[in-house]
Ligand binder design. Structure first.
Ligand code: FA5
Length: 341
């Protein structure tokens, strides 16, 4: 029997249709999880939801129409449940995202950037300045043989500088010609002159090792900057000009350079180099004209070739520049100290 308008079945179906339509509309309009929950209570609430109320209308439907009405009811219930589920998922996703989202109103987390160690910074600055003066940077090994550390530099076997107590000889290399940790970067002068012809303008920065007791101006491992300039007609005035230009650029302002007579086996004449900056004279290193014996040792014509060399302590220069009173501070690994540079 086809139901006609106005029968209880029609009324029932019309209510189901309204209910489904209203639920769809309410859920489409919901803008947050609370609105979805309110719609759930209104339509699918177990006690007084509209589905529950519609179910009660089922009782008024004649027995013959009940199976069809029951199916319609179940369909409506299922489609409202599906609408609810879709809406709930939509806001669950939004809320999950909200948990991970960045609150742009919170103060930012400071990012701590690393930086180079002050000695590394100093080395790079020295390389840059010397590069501007036309000096090329070269490297040499830290483990050296007797020839490069002493003999080619005219440091004879009986010279006190070769004393085992003043050097780190390597136990693995005990023998007639034991290797050692280089005690000066002057080794690189020899290595460069052995492999190249003049003219030369080189600078070499690296570690050197001496069994010195650590104090405010000494450390058993430190760095030197070695310069070598070999060109015809070179003299001590050129040496002083280069050192003064370097010191003025590195320290800033007008730096005075003072030479005091000294002795190094590999330079003649030899000087100690002092620099005056901020009203104080500080000893920075040694220098001089390359000794003819050294030129001969590397196979140069000692009558035709002239050059100067210098070797400065990098820690001493850095301490002077940054106002550090004790060079041991560079190696204590105290980040409060290191952060200042
Ligand atoms: C030399 O090492 C020579 N090779 C320098 C040189 C090169 C002279 C070229 C002539 C020509 P000296 O031993 O004086 O020289 O050391 C040079 C500088 O290294 C010192 O003036 C000082 O600044 C630094 N120095 C020496 N020993 C230490 C140490 N234990 N800790 C920190 N710096 C040091």
């Amino acid at each position: 029997m086809t139901p006609v308008a106005g029968t209880p079945l029609d009324t029932f179906r019309a209510e189901l249709e309204r209910l489904r339509h209203d639920a769809a509309e309410a859920l489409a309009a919901a803008t947050n999880a609370a609105a979805v929950e309110a719609a759930r209570v209104e339509f699918a609430g177990a006690r007084s939801g509209r589905l529950k109320a519609a179910q009660k209308l089922l009782g008024a439907v004649p027995a013959a129409d009940k199976p069809a009405a029951g199916r319609d009811f179940n369909d409506t219930k299922a489609s409202v449940a599906a609408l609810l589920e879709t809406a709930q998922e939509r806001f669950a996703r939004v809320e999950d995202q909200a948990d991970d989202a960045i609150d742009v109103t919170l103060p930012g987390e400071a990012v701590t950037l690393g930086r180079f160690h002050p000695i590394t910074q100093t080395i790079r600055q020295i390389q840059e300045i010397m590069g501007q003066l036309g000096f090329e940077c070269v490297d040499g090994p830290e483990v050296e043989d007797q020839w490069h550390n002493f003999e080619a530099l005219a440091i004879s076997p009986e010279h006190p500088a070769r004393d085992p107590l003043d050097n780190f000889y390597l136990a693995v290399a005990r023998g007639a010609d034991p290797l050692l940790l280089r005690s000066q970067t002057s080794t690189v002068q020899i290595r460069v002159m052995e492999s190249r012809d003049p003219p030369l303008r080189i600078v070499s920065l690296g570690r050197v090792y001496r069994p010195d007791t650590a104090d405010a101006t000494h450390y058993p491992m430190f760095h030197q900057v070695e310069g070598l300039f070999v060109e015809p007609g070179t003299n001590m005035a050129h040496l002083k000009s280069v050192l003064r230009l370097f010191a003025s650029r590195f320290l800033g302002g007008d730096v005075h350079v003072r030479f005091r007579p000294s002795f190094f086996p590999f330079t003649e004449p030899s000087v100690e180099v002092d620099m005056e900056w901020g009203g104080r004279w500080v000893e920075m290193g040694g220098a001089g004209m390359v000794d003819p014996a050294v030129l001969a040792a590397v196979g140069y014509d000692q009558d035709a070739v002239t050059g100067f060399a210098f070797g400065l302590g990098v820690e001493r220069i850095a301490a002077r520049r940054y106002g550090v009173e004790d060079i041991r501070d560079f190696y204590r690994n105290d980040v409060r100290f290191l952060r200042q540079f």
